[in-house]
Design a protein around this ligand. Structure first.
Ligand code: GLV
Ligand code: MG
Length: 338
């Protein structure tokens, strides 16, 4: 069952790039919980309304011997909890695992009417999305569901990165992509041992001052993920779906987490994963435009009248292109306020 809806908003002069209509609900923090962990599961009802997305994780971080328990826990949570304004997502096991078919055939009939998005890990190419799309279509039809479950792919293999455009466009169900820095680092044979974030060894060093290579020099740490995030943002924008930063594993380092999330936000991402409740607040803050930015954007829009031509504001030139950027900012603020 493919959605009958026209996914693409009509183009208007001066409008930012069109995004598909359906997944426009805010999703700044995708908060992961293990539905098989009784302590975490018990907290889910109280988290409704405090976070944009609650995601029951069935894949990595769930021990192999607990896969069934976690799946059963997710079914119970899906049946018992009223998610209200919060989206309900799951991350199923990867397509090369022995658990994924049971994940789909159990979840869709039992809680498919509640599930907004299924996150598919380790996606390699369009064929993986086609496979999930077809199975979902059959299960949705059998269960009589009246809205499609959307699909979100994790970008965490070198092959997935190479096939990124075809993945984004593989199905009208595609809602977005997340960077999976831990698996991607392993797949690329990067020499890191972390879940996301930077590395003190990945730096550039200031040139020697007066030719003195022994003298003190400043070093600048670089962002290991810049290339992949930028690639992901372009592919998602081209296909009208949403890009997300993934996990930041150093829970205690809230400062570096905020920096990493902010880089992703500035480059075009709409959200990130939360692995601990304290990361929800960070994501909500970072992925919401600041009051000052929105105020400035509204001033530019007002000064630009019909949005064409050029004006000087505070000594800076604004034109058709800057007004489009300002409209992106204001549209996001309005969407989050709605
Ligand atoms: C997430 O799944 C990752 O591998 O970083
Ligand atoms: Mg992973």
């Amino acid at each position: 069952m493919r959605p009958a809806k026209d996914f693409f908003a009509p183009l208007a002069v001066g409008a930012p790039a069109p995004l598909r209509e359906i997944p426009a609900r805010p999703s700044r923090a995708i908060h992961f919980f293990d539905p098989g962990n009784p302590k975490m599961a018990a907290k889910v009802p109280d988290m409704v309304g405090t976070v944009d997305v609650l995601l029951g994780n069935l894949e990595d971080a769930v021990k192999a011997e607990n896969k069934e328990v976690s799946r059963e826990g997710l079914v119970k949570i899906g049946q018992d909890v009223d998610f209200g304004p919060t989206q309900f997502w799951t991350r199923i096991n990867s397509l090369d695992s022995p658990w994924v078919l049971d994940d789909l055939t159990t979840l869709v009939p039992a809680i498919g009417h509640k599930l907004d998005v299924i996150m598919v890990p380790k996606v390699q190419g369009a064929e993986d999305i086609h496979y999930v799309d077809r199975i979902l279509a059959q299960l949705e039809a059998k269960a009589g569901l009246d809205r499609p479950i959307l699909v979100h792919a994790i970008l965490e293999t070198a092959r997935g990165v190479a096939n990124i455009e075809e993945i984004c466009g593989a199905s009208p169900r595609m809602q977005g992509l997340s960077l999976g820095p831990a698996d991607l680092a392993a797949d690329r044979r990067m020499k890191t041992t972390r879940v996301g974030g930077g590395h003190p060894g990945y730096l550039v060093r200031q040139d020697p001052v007066d030719g003195d290579i022994e003298g003190p020099r400043t070093t600048y740490q670089q962002d290991l993920w810049h290339y992949t995030i930028a690639r992901m943002v372009d592919a998602c924008a081209m296909h009208g779906i949403y890009p997300y930063y993934g996990p930041f594993g150093d829970i205690a380092d809230v400062v570096a987490c905020e920096d990493q999330f902010r880089n992703a936000f500035l480059l075009g991402c709409v959200g990130a994963w939360s692995l601990h409740p304290k990361q929800i607040a960070i994501a909500n803050k970072v992925f919401s435009p600041s009051v000052e930015d929105v105020r400035h954007a509204r001033r530019v829009i007002a000064a630009m009248g019909d949005g064409t031509g050029a004006v000087m504001l505070d000594g800076k030139m604004e034109d058709d292109a800057s007004v489009k950027q300002c409209k992106v900012m204001v549209a996001l603020a309005e969407e989050l306020a709605a």
